[in-house]
Structure formats: C-alpha cells, structure tokens
Design a protein. Structure first.
Length: 347
C-alpha cells in the first residue's frame, strides 16, 4: 500500500505502487522475477480477490513460480470469485494458509493444489527492545487497570458488520470495564494509513458515558513498537486479528470481538471460546468479557500451550520459500546451498 514506507523500512531493492500500475506495466515487472510471493493476510474474499490475484495471473502467463504465503480466505460466496481463486491457486507452486477455516474453504471450492496450514507471519514478530513504559510516562491510567481495545472499519471482508450497532455495544462494553474494574481504556488503531481505525475509535468514544477514562494512541507506530506498548496492558478486547496476536505474543489475556471468520480460525488454534457471533447485544458481549476476566489464568494457559506450535508453523512459511528458491537455483546451475549468492528477485 505504501511503497515508500516499504522501501524505507525493509531496505528492499525496489518497491512499486502495484495497485496504481496498469496490467502492462505490471507485466514488465513480474516477467523478470525469480519468484512471486502473494500475501500474507486475508486477501482471498468476494469481489476483491481479482485485485489481489492479478499479479499471480501474470506470473502464470510468464512462467514465474508463485507462492501464496500464509493467506486467509473468505468470505467466498460469489461464484466468479470462487472460480478465479480456484484457477489461480491450482497453478501456484506453493500455497500456505494461516488457519484451518481457510484450508477447508479452499478445498470446498475445488483447489486441488496441496495446501499447507501454517500460521500468520505475525507470530514471528519480536517487540521493540526498548523499555515498555510509554503509557506510564505519559501518565495514562495512573492507578487504574490498563485495558486495550481495537476496532475496525466495515469492509468486504466483514460484510455483516453494522456500524451503528457495533459502535454501541463496544461503547457499552468499555463503560462496563471502567465501572466494574476501575479501568483506563486505551484504543490502539492498527490500520494507520487509512485512518479508519482511528475514526471508528473516536466514534465509539462519542457514545460512551465515561470518555474521560479513555485514551487513543493516535500517533503512528511500527508493529514492534505497538507490541512493546501492549506489554503495559492488563487485558485487551479487540476486533483486529493482529491486535489479538500481539496480545498473545505479549502474554496478555484477551477477548476477541466477533466480526469475521478469521477470528474463529485464530480461536480454534488457541483452544479458546468464541463470543456470540450472531444476534450480538451489549449484554451478551459484556457477559462474555466478564467471564473472560475471571478466567484470565485459563486464557494465559491456552496461550502458553498453543504459542510455540504457532510460532513454529509461522516459520514454516519461510522454510518452504527457501526450499523453492534452492530448487530454482539448482535449475539455473547455481549452488542451491548458498542463497545469498543467488540473489533471487522477489515481489
């Protein structure tokens, strides 16, 4: 989404605004690649799948190997979207998905290529090593329990999310946490470029009874900085998948707010209960949060049990990619055991 940021942060050789390129312009780039990596994230869903799969289609036409890297799938109810996903993934060299629901969905729509269930790449992230005392130094929540919250915008990946409804029940839940547990609520927007998460955070606050006990982290932070900040929290309640993953990585008990099937996959892996997904009301969500608060030790135990395996599976994405690069190097007569000398071109 932000080629300049990608170039600056990851020190890549080249970064292009792929969504701004014509198909012909994209062809000129893809044809020279050694391998195309598509993903990760939830990109295979109705109608928008064609946007994310364009370069993979080009790669197939140009005989460039393609890896779908820890992708998520769904909702996929549109027949044309199903057909496109099925055809493109069947031509891929490697397909890994980040959860079992994505695996089941892709099998159901007829993907015949072997699909490996790995885990979200975020499980391999490490927090910023600097001291985790940003909130304390800012005087946020002094003497109160810090509870983080994450909200997101409605989108095609979450077509059933009704703005007015979810703003109301999140506001009610936040007020309850303040009253019941003497909490300071800290909204942490995860989607920074569009400002959607920020806008929805303030929209929720506008409906609250106790907005004076709410803070919003409205500055821009890198993922490792967000993880470091989250270390100061006692508990989190959120919608964004990576917000919940960061909580698990920082050993913080959490409650997911239901909006999308990918949250179900994450909870399956963690062995945790899912909040009510249909007919959501403030009362039902508050009851679930209250129960989770009382069972924090149980949640932490589930995190402890599942996290090592998820980290190992997340690393498998890289292992499979390296194996593919070695095969490509051997085909070109290069030493497959000296990958730095291969200098593969990836996108």
């Amino acid at each position: 989404r932000d080629p300049a940021d990608t170039y600056r942060r990851h020190k890549v050789e080249k970064s292009v605004p792929v969504r701004s390129l014509s198909r012909r312009e994209s062809e000129l780039i893809v044809k020279d690649l050694d391998v195309l990596i598509v993903g990760g994230g939830g990109i295979l869903y109705d109608f928008d799948a064609k946007i994310y799969l364009r370069e993979a289609q080009i790669a197939y036409e140009k005989s460039v190997p393609t890896m779908f890297y820890a992708v998520g799938a769904g909702p996929l109810n549109d027949p044309e979207s199903q057909k496109l996903v099925r055809e493109v993934l069947n031509y891929a060299s490697i397909v890994t998905v980040r959860d079992k629901p994505s695996f089941r969905l892709l099998e159901d729509i007829g993907v015949l290529r072997e699909i490996v269930v790995t885990a979200d790449p975020a499980f391999n992230l490490q927090p910023d090593p600097s001291p985790s005392d940003k909130l304390a130094k800012a005087g946020i929540g002094k003497g109160r329990k810090l509870i983080g919250m994450s909200v997101r915008e409605p989108g095609r990946a979450a077509p059933d999310l009704k703005v007015e409804h979810y703003h109301r029940f999140i506001a009610d839940a936040a007020d309850y946490l303040i009253e019941r547990y003497n909490a300071q609520i800290v909204f942490i927007p995860m989607e920074r470029k569009t400002l959607f998460d920020l806008h929805h955070s303030y929209a929720v606050i506008a409906k609250m009874v106790w907005p004076q006990f709410v803070s919003v982290l409205d500055a821009e932070y890198t993922p490792d900085q967000i993880m470091r900040i989250m270390k100061e929290l006692h508990f989190v309640v959120g919608m964004r998948l990576h917000f919940l993953i960061f909580a698990a990585l920082q050993n913080i008990p959490f409650v997911p707010l239901p909006y999308s099937g990918k949250i179900i996959g994450f909870l399956e892996e963690m062995g945790l209960d899912m909040p009510p997904f249909e007919n959501i009301t403030s009362g039902r969500i508050i009851t679930f949060i209250d129960k989770a608060w009382d069972q924090r030790d149980k949640i932490l135990d589930a995190i402890k049990q599942s996290l090592p395996g998820l980290k190992k599976r997340a690393q498998q994405n890289n292992t499979l990619l390296i194996e593919e690069l070695r095969i490509l190097a051997a085909r070109k007569g290069q030493d497959p055991n000296i990958l730095p000398g291969v200098t593969p071109k990836c996108s």
